[in-house]
Each structure stands twice: as C-alpha cells, then as structure tokens.
Design a protein around this ligand. Structure first.
Ligand SMILES: [Ca+2]
Ligand SMILES: [Ca+2]
Length: 404
C-alpha cells in the first residue's frame, strides 16, 4: 500500500512539472480565442492537418500572440513548437510588455528553407531576475504564410548544450541548412550510435564554390569566456567536412582562419571521431553556432570531388575543465597557464610557433615568441607534441609545453 502511494505521488509531481503555460497550444480548441491578433492577420484560422492528424493554426500576413504568460522571474523554461512555413518567415518572439521585440534579441525566423515541411523548434530561455509582469509569446508571419501546432512553454531545460546531437529526433529540428544542400535528412543506414545519424550532401557539379553547403545549429547556449569541448563522430563519403564554430556568423570560424580550420576527408566507409577544445569569446553578440559545412574541394590535397557527402552522429559540446582534462599528468612546469594548449591559443596568450604539417611522434615544437608576457616563459622553450591528442586535420591540434 505504501508503495502504491509513493508511485502515485511521483506521477503527480511529474505531471505538475511538465504542465505547460501556453493556452490552446495544441490548437485543438474549436475557436482561436486564446490567440490574440498581432497586427491584423489576413488569415487566422484553425485547420485540420492531415499529415499531423491534428488541428493546427494557420496564419498569414500578420500573427498571433498571448499576453501575461505566467512565468517566474529568474526561472528556466523551454519553448517548443512545430511549424510549417509556405512563404516568408514565421518569427517567434518572446517579449516582455512588448510583442515586437524579443527580450533576448534572439529572433527565430522560421522559413521554408528549414520549415517547408513540418519541423520542430526548441528554445531555452531564462526569465530575467527583475521580471515583474506581462511575458508574451508572438508568432508573426508579417509577410508570409505559416502553420503552427503543439506550442508549449514548460519549466526546465534540456541540460545538453547542443540539441539533438545524437540525431535521434525524428525531424531535423534545429539542424538548419547552411547554403543549399541537395540532401539533408536523418538516416537509419548504419548510424554510429542509436537508430539515426545526420546525413547531408551537396549538389554535384564543377562549381564547387557555389555547391558548398551543409547544416548548422544556431543559438547554442554557451557561456562567455569558458572552455568547452566539441566532439562528434563522422563518416565522409566524398569531398570534405570542415566543421566550424561561429560567433554570430556561419561563414567564418571565430578562432580559425583560412588554412587553420579542420579538413575532414573521406573516411573509406569508417566512422571517425573528432574533437576540439575551445574557449568561448569574452563577450558574445548575437548567437554562437556549430556549423557543419561540406566542401567538394579538399584544401589539403588540392583536389576537387564532384560533390561532398557526410554523416554526423553523437555531436556534443560539453564544459571542459582545462586544468583537469588537459593536464592528466602534472609533469609540466609552466607558470600561469594550463600547460597543454590548443593551437591557435585563445586564452589571452598568443604564441607564434614554428611548425611542420608532418605530425610525427616526438616532433619538437618551438615557441619562438610569447606575446602574453607570461612570467618565466618568455624566450625560447621547446614543446613536445602529445601525439595521443593530435586531431584529424593538419592544424587543429593540442600541444603540450614543457619548460626546459
Ligand atoms: Ca494540434
Ligand atoms: Ca544517433
């Protein structure tokens, strides 16, 4: 009897924790009364969607909104919805006393490029500590036409920094396109783990510059000035995969310049592992991104494939304790730094290195200049490459500095 009561209590708690605060979020009410006009929508109607087997909200040239959502100051929440966009964009806005401006200045503009068919989105947010009243949600298709369903805001957040990194969600979700890939899908064909991987391919043709394309996840919630590790498994069938981390920019890596970014070439049918440690910028303006560009051109071999194609699985960004993870054995005497560095060094100390692209065990690397003025580390010293930490590609690697 005691046991039964305990189970019942747990179910009640789970139900309360998952209660959502958007009214008529599943769009199953017969009317649209819960959804106030934003501007004067040309279309605001409930429709049965055969594909979803469910009633959805249809909006065009205008939008809908809900005011006074019951959120708590300082609390964490998650907004989820499904959308399909025919023309223009469906802008998802979370506002405070304002339905035109997002309180975090983070605009999720859903367009047909990623939401041409039903697709899910997810956004994590924290209500400001000083919040007092009138939290709002607006879905705005000012110059477009779109459908929305299963709009929910619930307390709590997914602890994983990258959403759907295991690629197990049925839809692409927030794996948005970068450029125009010919194919983007979740594939069940021999994934690295679980039931699916992310599979994408560029168009074929001689114009490899125009054909470069891939997938990306935006609004990655990393903190500023912190160490993280990006890791994933990949299988490149053709061309190259050149992963990058973007600071409000999907076309450039925030750390690595031309000739420095990783070039992951064809893997002969094998899954391989990639990892990279990085320290986020001290200030982030806009959003942080993980971008997975495919390139038919191989910068290392200077050869071009007809197209590029890859699969990615188990992608994660995790907090990285540089002192714990980068110095497994403390036989390094480097004052004031972690001792094992990523190149290029981004923790405020900039080193110029003589290096070769031929990574061999025991290679000696020499720091020839120290712009950081690190005490006891100016002038020349030698460093030994820790081969176990060498990553794929010729420039994205760790090196361990040993004071001589
Ligand atoms: Ca519905
Ligand atoms: Ca998987």
């Amino acid at each position: 009897m005691k046991k039964a009561i305990a189970v019942f209590g747990f179910i009640m708690m789970s139900w309360c924790a998952s209660a959502q605060i958007v009214q008529d979020g599943d769009m199953e009410a017969a009317d649209t009364n819960a959804w106030l006009d934003w501007s004067v929508p040309f279309v605001k109607a409930k429709e049965f969607d055969a594909e979803r087997g469910s009633t959805v909200l249809h909006v065009a040239t205008g939008g809908v909104q809900q005011l006074n959502l019951p959120v708590t100051a300082g609390a964490e929440y998650t907004l989820r919805l499904s959308a399909k966009v025919k023309t223009g964009t469906l802008r998802v806005v979370l506002g405070i006393g304002d339905s035109n401006s997002d309180f975090e200045n983070r605009y999720y503009d859903l367009s047909a490029a990623n939401y041409g068919t039903w697709n899910a989105m997810e956004r994590r947010f924290t209500v400001p500590a000083g919040f007092t009243h009138d939290f709002r949600l607006a879905l705005v298709a000012s110059a477009g036409e779109a459908w929305a369903d299963d709009v929910e805001i619930t307390a709590g957040q997914d602890a994983r920094i990258v959403l759907d990194g295991d690629m197990e969600n049925a839809q692409l979700g927030q794996w948005w396109r970068w450029g125009t890939p010919e194919l983007k899908e979740k594939s069940a064909a021999d994934p690295h783990a679980g039931a699916q991987s992310l599979h994408f391919r560029t168009f074929s043709g001689t114009n490899w510059i125009a054909n470069r394309s891939g997938l990306q996840q935006r609004f990655v919630p990393v903190a500023t000035g912190r160490w993280y590790r990006l890791s994933f498994w990949y299988r490149v069938a053709s061309g190259t995969l050149c992963p990058r981390l973007g600071h409000n920019d999907s076309n450039n890596d925030y750390q690595l310049g031309l000739g420095e970014f990783p070039v992951l070439a064809a893997t002969g049918g094998e899954w391989r592992f990639y990892e990279r440690a990085f320290r986020t910028p001290d200030a982030i303006t806009g959003d942080f991104r993980i971008v997975l560009p495919l390139n038919p051109y191989n910068y290392l071999t200077r050869t071009t494939n007809d197209f590029a194609e890859a699969e990615v699985d188990d992608l994660a960004i995790e907090p990285y304790d540089a002192k714990r993870d980068l110095i497994p054995d403390l036989d390094i005497a480097v004052t004031g730094a972690e001792g094992l560095f990523q190149w290029p060094v981004t923790n405020g100390l900039v080193y110029s290195l003589e290096y070769t692209t031929n990574l061999t065990p025991g290679s000696v690397w020499r720091a020839v200049r120290n712009y950081g003025g690190l005490p006891g580390f100016d002038g020349q010293c030698s460093a030994t490459v820790d081969v176990s930490k060498v990553l794929t590609g010729y420039s994205n690697f760790f090196f361990r500095v040993r004071a001589q």
